[in-house]
Design a binder for this molecule. Sequence first.
Ligand SMILES: *Cc1c(COP(=O)(O)O)cnc(C)c1O
Length: 425
Amino acid sequence: MSTRTADLLERAERVMPGGVSSPVRAYRAVGGAPPFIARGNGARVWDTFDREYIDLVCSWGPLIVGHAHPRVVEAIVSQAQLGTSYGAPSPREVELAELITEAVPSVEMLRFVSSGTEAAMSAVRLARAATGRDKILKFAGCYHGHADGLLAKAGSGVATFGLADSAGVTPGTARDTLTAQYNDLATVEEIARAVPLAAIIVEPYAGNMGCVPPEPGFLAGLRRICDSTGALLIFDEVITGFRLARGGAQALVDLRPDITCLGKVIGGGLPVGAYGASRSLMSRVAPLGPMYQAGTLSGNPLAMAAGVATLSLLDSSAYEALDHSGARLERGLTEAIRASGIDGCVQRAGSLLTLFFSSGPIRDDVDAARADRGSFAAFHRAMLSRGVMLPPSQLECWFVSLAHDDGVIDLVVRAAHDSLKEIVG
Ligand SMILES: *Cc1c(COP(=O)(O)O)cnc(C)c1O
C-alpha cells in the first residue's frame, strides 16, 4: 500500500472528514495539501517524502521537550511492557498528581481525564454543582475544547472556518453561555452583577486567537468580580500550564483561580487532561460527592508515564531556556518584519508567540480578526517551502520547545526574512 502523500490524502479524504482527525490540520486556511508526518525528533519532523521541517506546531503545545525525547520514549516503552491500561488505579497517576499539586498551589486535588475538552467541560460541571447556578461567562476568542456549551465564539479552529458557533448546539445549551470581549473588565462586571454566574472561564494568557496576553489588572479584576458575586473563577491552563512557568500562568500573575484546567504539556504528547481545585471543591466529585464524571482510559498508565517524564525535565533552567528561545525568535521576527516593510507585529509570552499580519497591538478577537489572513497564508506556504512548519492559521500560537536551540531559531528567522521578502514581492 502506497504511503505517498497525494495517495494518502486521497485515501484519508475518502474515510475522514477533510482527511483529518481535527479540522485545522486540513490546511484549509492556508491552502495546499498538509504534509503527512512520518516521524519526529527534537525540533524537527519529516514527512512521508522524507522532507525535513523545523516544527513550530509541536503537536499544538504538548511537546515542550521536543519530539521523541529519549527520557519520554523510555518511560512509555517501559510502561508498555507492563501493560497499557488496567481500568484500576496505578502508581504513575499518583506520581503525576503529586507533581502537579506540588507545582500548582491552587490545585490541592485533581481528576485526570483524556483531553482538554473533558477538563473544561468537567470544570464547568463542577462550578455548577458547587454554586447551584446555570450560566457561565466565557471570552470571545478563547477556546475551551469542543463541548457544546463552550463553543460560543470559541477562537482559532472555529473562527478559521468562519463559524461563529457550531451547528448541532441546541439553543437551550447556548443560552447558558454568555460572552464578553477579552480584556474588557467593564462588561464582565456589568454581566456578573446582572446575572448569577456559576463561573467565569478564561485562558489566563489567550492562545487560541493567536498569542494575546492579559492586560495588567484584567485577571485580578476577574478574581475580584468572582469574589464579590459568588461566581467561581476557572483558569483554562490547557496551553499555559507547565508552559509559561511550572505553576502555570497563575504563578506568573500570582492569582489563585477556584478551578484549573490542564492538558497538553502534562501528557507529554499522549492524551491527558485534568481539572483540579481545592480539597473542598474536589470533594463534590464522585465518589466523594454528587458530581458524576468518569473515563475508561482516564489516568492511562502510558500517558501518566509520559507526563511524569516530561514534567521531570522542566526545572527552572528549562523555563529560562524556553524564554530565551522565545525572545530570540521574537527579536528575529520583529527585525524581519521591519526589513520587509510589511504591516506586522509579534506578540509573545515565554515560549508562545504569534506573528500577526497587523500593526497591532492585538487585545481581543476583534483585533485578531483584522490581521491579514491572505498574507499569513502566503507566508505559511513560503515558510513551508523553506522547511519551516508553522501552525496553519493566523489565529494560532507558535510553540517553541527545549529542542529549539539558537541554531534552530536562527534558521527559522532566516526563513522568515526570505519568506516575507518573497510575499511582499
Ligand atoms: C487545546 C485546548 C483545549 C482542548 O484540549 P483538547 O485536548 O484538544 O481537547 C482546551 N482549552 C485550551 C485553552 C486549549 O488550548
